[in-house]
Design a protein around this ligand. Structure first.
Ligand SMILES: [Mg+2]
Length: 375
């Protein structure tokens, strides 16, 4: 049983690359990674020689080999992102060959459906109340709003935004707030974050996400200790080893690893169980693709505690590529796919079209005033 080849689909001009792994058994599997497109494709091309000819069932040995041979060359960055796509595709292939869903192969499924929260940005503010109402109508019982202008303006203006959001969402909806502290040149510090956390508690916000720069472990440890709302972060961290100091310092209430960055499902599983053992909740970061969302659903269903998966509403790579679209049940949960592997299939023709056309473009203005062109 051998891996014979793979196909790379760099569908998004900057961020998302899909990988389809082929085997001599006829089964193929899907992976995806979040990285800069050119670096991800380059890393995959470099890693390919170590994967072709290997057994698709020896997932942990093969993945650990890729981690070990890349100690000197960019581990934690695009190399680790690319390994995420390979590892995800290995799990999908193994599930198909063994004819088992990944929730079972990950150790066993505790839940037949997992709670989902709908995730959107605050902007454009003019349509925010309408978009919240649409998400509620679609069945989401939990909604996350993120990034600017929250945290880029006064505390009073931030409070106005939260008041407007709570009014649109109603008291019964779980509301989450993502400040996006991995934004370049992030300015807010511990006391700025703490005063916002105290304000958010008055509006019943369930968690505050990324209120500080990702590297500020000490700030996160103090904030987690003192904040009246839960503190969540971890979406930019990669490799299981990077999470250890945050867990040891209790520098978060909720950890948010991204399966398309950290090293795939193997790494996610180990991070998730480490977190469980430290009393930290796991909520996967899901601002990625349908492959990522399906993997997150399987992972969360294999954990004994009830958690959420993030569902990036309106993202074509999550919503428009799959044969069976993700549908919420009456409780606002996503059922665990019961087919083998990830339990989803992707539309190859649509992937090719997206790869040919590119996907994201525009301009970001960072907080130091510089513009960053995405083209
Ligand atoms: Mg976030």
């Amino acid at each position: 049983m051998k891996i014979t080849d793979w196909t790379v689909y760099p569908v998004d001009k900057n961020y998302h690359v899909f990988l389809e792994l082929h085997t001599d058994q006829g089964a193929s599997g899907w992976g995806s990674c979040y990285s800069e497109r050119g670096q991800a494709v380059g890393a995959l091309n470099w890693l390919k020689r170590f994967v072709i000819g290997e057994s698709p069932l020896e997932i942990e040995r093969l993945t650990e080999k890729l981690h070990q041979i890349t100690f000197w060359i960019g581990r934690g960055g695009a190399i680790t992102h690319a390994i995420s796509a390979i590892n995800l595709a290995l799990w999908d292939v193994a599930g198909k060959i063994l004819n088992q869903p990944l929730s079972v192969l990950l150790g066993g499924s505790y839940h037949r459906a997992v709670q989902a929260y709908g995730s959107i940005l605050f902007v454009p503010l003019e349509t925010l109340p309408k978009r919240i109402e649409e998400m509620k109508a679609r069945g989401f019982r939990a909604i996350k709003l993120g990034w600017d202008p929250f945290g880029h303006q006064s505390l009073a203006d931030d409070e106005k935004l939260v008041r407007m959001s709570r009014k649109a969402a109603g008291d019964e909806t779980v509301l989450l707030l993502d400040m996006g502290g991995s934004y370049p040149f992030w300015k807010l510090r511990f006391k700025d974050a703490l005063e916002r956390a105290k304000m958010l508690a008055n509006y019943g916000i369930y968690w505050l996400e990324e209120p500080l720069s990702p590297d500020d472990i000490e700030g996160y440890a103090r904030l987690t200790d003192q904040s009246p709302v839960k503190i969540a972060h971890g979406e930019v961290l990669t490799r299981r080893q990077s999470f250890v100091p945050y867990f040891d310092r209790r520098a978060m209430d909720i950890v948010q690893p991204d399966v398309s960055k950290v090293g795939g499902l193997s790494e996610m599983r180990r991070i998730a169980w480490m977190a469980e053992d430290h009393g930290i909740e796991v909520v996967p970061h899901g601002w990625n693709t349908a492959v990522g969302v399906a993997a997150d659903i399987h992972l969360v269903s294999s954990l004994p505690t009830r958690s959420y998966v993030e569902f990036n509403v309106g993202n074509a790579l999550v919503e428009d590529l799959v044969d069976k679209p993700f549908r919420l049940d009456a409780e606002g949960c996503l059922p665990v796919p019961q087919g083998p592997g990830l339990g989803i299939e992707l539309d190859r023709e649509r992937l090719k079209k997206l790869a040919a056309s590119g996907f994201a473009s525009g301009t970001w203005t960072w907080d130091n005033g510089e513009d960053f062109e995405v083209s």
